[in-house]
Design a protein around this ligand. Structure first.
Ligand SMILES: Nc1ncnc2c1ncn2[C@@H]1O[C@H](COP(=O)(O)OP(=O)(O)OP(=O)(O)O)[C@@H](O)[C@H]1O
Ligand SMILES: [Mg+2]
Length: 290
């Protein structure tokens, strides 16, 4: 299918332990268009995390094709995979996984040290990502000085700091209260709508799944039918968006926005917001800062 960003064909993954082989994914097929937002649901132990790890190049399949962002991951060496991962995917975990001795800013800037960006560019990317998640004023806090919801927002800033095409989120709201979870879900929706991030989010929570465009169920190593989500939360129609969140990115003067930068139950004039500074993805030349 043209324009598919994620394509799995007949992917099998087994684990062998104590002489027993467990087939977790059994000749699985999946296709996701660029810009899609899928919720992945399924019973505990059904292989959701395993699937995410394969898509993010953190683990290897036994057989099959795993194409993500134009690369067949099964053909990449360990080093190539690490480079590809740095430029193309961001991970968000249930337990945030921030480094406790680093500040929010340092946590977000860390993955950028693996890119060719200059120190000044890295700072710009990290600050932009933290502003985007609404934590510009918490940049120098350590994780334990933040609430769980704020920690997860830092983790999202870290995941997007490299401007990846794909966000893989494994139960990102699993450890959060409802209000913080809603903030995270709104943020992911915004990253999908406004920044065109393709998102695959594992969740056990039907409320969280409502934010996705499509819901796909995994059970006994197989994916069920992909449901288009009739109840998809319309972020821009349902919530009054803080104008600060919609303010122009520095150097983004051409950006379209609502009359007062605020959305009041009206479909918003959406555009593909641009990341500040250079791009550095594999095989992509740097675009000048606008
Ligand atoms: N490294 C491993 N070695 C052996 N077995 C594993 C390994 N990782 C996962 N498994 C097994 O594979 C199956 C799928 O695990 P996975 O973590 O993908 O499930 P999940 O759907 O994410 O579950 P949950 O909803 O509880 O997070 C489980 O039976 C698990 O025990
Ligand atoms: Mg899991």
């Amino acid at each position: 299918m043209p324009n598919s960003l994620i394509r799995l064909e007949s992917v099998t993954k087994t684990y062998t332990r104590g002489g027993e082989t467990l087939t977790v994914l059994d000749r699985l097929d999946l296709e996701m268009q660029a810009g899609g937002y899928f919720a992945l649901m399924g019973p505990s132990g059904s292989g959701k995390t395993t699937l995410l790890n394969l898509l993010g190049g953190l683990d290897q399949a036994d057989s099959g094709v795993i194409e993500v962002a134009g690369e067949d991951l099964t053909q990449l060496s360990g080093g190539e995979l690490a480079h590809w991962r740095g430029a193309n995917v961001g991970f968000v975990f249930q337990g945030f996984n921030l480094i406790p001795v680093l500040s929010a800013f340092e946590n977000v800037a860390l993955p950028l040290t693996l890119t060719p960006l200059s120190r000044a560019e890295r700072r710009k990317h990290a600050e932009f990502a933290l502003e985007l998640v609404g934590l510009a004023d918490r940049m120098h806090h350590r994780p334990r000085q933040l609430s769980g919801g704020q920690e997860q927002r830092v983790a999202i800033a870290r995941a997007i700091a490299t401007d990846p095409k794909v966000l893989l989120a494994d139960e990102p709201t699993g450890d959060l209260d409802r209000a913080s979870a809603t903030q995270i879900l709104e943020l992911l929706t915004r990253l999908n709508r406004e920044f065109k991030k393709t998102i695959l989010m594992v969740t056990h929570d039907p409320h969280a799944a409502e934010y996705a465009q499509s819901i796909v169920h995994l059970d006994k190593g197989q994916l069920g039918r992909i449901e288009t989500n009739p109840a998809q939360k319309n972020f821009f129609a349902q919530f009054a968006v803080d104008p600060d969140l919609l303010r122009d990115v520095p150097g983004d003067e051409g950006a379209a926005r609502g009359p007062e930068g605020r959305v009041h139950g009206q479909p918003h004039q959406l555009h593909h917001r641009r990341w500040p500074g250079q791009r550095f993805g594999a095989g992509r030349s740097a675009t000048p800062f606008r």
